[in-house]
Structures are given as structure tokens and as C-alpha cells.
Design a protein around this ligand. Structure first.
Ligand SMILES: [Zn+2]
Length: 257
């Protein structure tokens, strides 16, 4: 077939992936190509794209380009950057995640806020895609290629390398303000904590903890015990820092610890 040109304009924060402004470029195609492939060839993973207009008409990722076209590509952003409110390609609120192996500190922050994050430090790409797809978990990663995998439906490429800023990114992208329930989830294994009677766990406590604390929670999965000891203030401060950076209202302190 005859080669044809495609012009692409990437809006809003998608410019991050192109490292250039204005975020416009032109591609010459020599065969029929899906819009997903054209967009990803420019370096933008499909889970970051919320709306695509081809010649001013909304399309999905599978639309095939076979002649000269103009593409407008829009991100997921809280402020609308286009008047098109329909034909959105992403789910804006998601509360279940799987994180890749380099994101341990982000995972700990999210679990501290009560957010459900599957995490295995040794999980390979195949495993991450499988968990994301089968359990409908959004994939959190700094591996752009992994996020482009066809098996990944939702996810986020974390812009920052700083765990605190990454946590704020996730809260914003996935609209998690109403999901924040600090101190309800095990930081080690992600299970929901249960109240524990002191008499049932007393043999596992240090001498001073036995004396000074009466309220405990226990992880039903890994057995970890939580109480409002010296570590509690530090964790509470971390929660307050994250939520104030994210502009999420801080609700009452956890009643459980
Ligand atoms: Zn646990």
C-alpha cells in the first residue's frame, strides 16, 4: 500500500512521555496500523490515554489507520482538557492495585492508608500482567514497556522516583480520597487486620508492651501484631504528610489503635 502520514498531538501531562513541547509529531506509516500501536510507538503507554480523536471523531484503541489522519490524544486529568465527556477509555476510580518489584516503599505507604495492593518483590513481568488482568488490579510501575503490554487494562507509569510523591500520584489518578482508612491493613502482606484480645496474644508481646498497651490488631494471614506503640506517631506523621500533600481531608485518627 502507499505510505501515508499521521499527525499526532498529545495533550496535557502526556507531554511527559515525549519530553518535548509542543507535544506534536508526525509518523509515516507503510501498513495498516492500530491507533494503540501508533500511540505506543511514540512512547505513550495505552493505560495513560483516556480519549483519542481521529479526524475529530472519538475512537477506541483498536481503530485501524489506513490513510492520512490527524490524531488528538488526551490523558486522564482532573481538569477536563476537552469538551468530549463521552467515549472515555479509562476507569477513573480504581481501588485495587498490583505494584512491580521496585516499589516497596510506595506499597507500604498505600497499605498504611488502607489501600489494597498486591506486591511480590520477586514477581516477574508475566506474573504482574496476569495478576493485573485476572484480579482487575491497576498496575503501578516505572517500566513503560510493561505498561504497554496488551494484557494490561489499567495502570499508571509513576512520574516520580520519590515514594511520597508516587503515593500522591496514585491517590490523585485513581480518586482514592474516599478509600483512605489508615491502620486497617497489614503492611507486610496486605490482609485486613482484625481486633485481637490481649489475653490471646500476650505471649508474643515484649514486657513493656504488655504493661502499657491494651488494644491490639492482628493480621489473620501472617500473624503480625499492631498496636499504638512508639512507631505509631511516626506512621501517623507520615499519613498526615501524604494526605496534606494530596489535599485529602484528614479524617479522625484511627479508632482502632
Ligand atoms: Zn500480614
Amino acid at each position: 500500500m502507499t505510505a501515508f502520514n499521521v499527525r499526532l498531538t498529545f495533550h496535557g501531562n502526556l507531554a511527559f512521555f515525549l519530553k518535548r513541547k509542543p507535544a506534536q509529531l508526525e509518523r509515516c506509516l507503510t501498513e495498516r496500523t492500530s491507533v494503540k500501536d501508533v500511540i505506543e510507538a511514540c512512547g505513550v503507554p495505552h493505560p495513560e490515554v483516556d480519549l483519542i480523536l481521529v479526524n475529530a471523531r472519538p475512537v477506541d484503541f483498536s481503530r485501524v489507520l489506513e490513510s492520512e489522519s490527524s490524531l488528538e490524544v488526551f490523558p486522564i486529568e482532573s481538569e477536563p482538557v476537552t469538551s468530549f465527556t463521552e467515549h472515555r477509555l479509562q476507569t477513573h476510580k480504581i481501588a485495587k492495585f498490583v505494584a512491580d518489584g521496585h516499589l516497596g516503599k510506595l506499597v507500604r505507604n498505600l497499605r498504611l492508608l488502607g489501600i489494597d495492593v498486591n506486591y511480590d518483590r520477586d514477581a516477574d513481568d508475566r506474573m504482574l500482567v496476569k495478576v493485573s488482568s485476572e484480579e482487575e488490579r491497576a498496575l503501578l510501575t516505572r517500566d513503560r514497556r510493561l505498561l504497554m503490554h496488551a494484557g494490561v487494562r489499567h495502570g499508571r507509569y509513576l512520574r516520580s522516583q520519590n515514594p511520597l510523591e508516587q503515593t500522591v500520584e496514585v491517590l490523585h489518578r485513581f480518586n482514592l480520597a474516599s478509600e483512605v482508612t489508615p491502620f486497617t491493613r497489614c503492611l507486610l502482606c496486605n490482609a485486613l487486620l482484625e481486633p485481637a484480645e490481649k489475653k490471646n496474644i500476650i505471649s508474643q508481646l515484649e514486657p513493656l508492651t504488655k504493661i502499657y498497651y491494651d488494644q491490639f490488631r492482628r493480621c489473620p494471614q501472617c500473624g503480625q501484631i499492631y498496636w499504638s506503640g512508639s512507631h505509631f506517631d511516626k506512621l501517623q506523621r507520615r499519613i498526615e504528610t501524604i494526605l496534606s500533600r494530596a489535599a485529602v481531608p484528614i479524617r479522625q485518627r484511627s479508632p482502632v489503635l
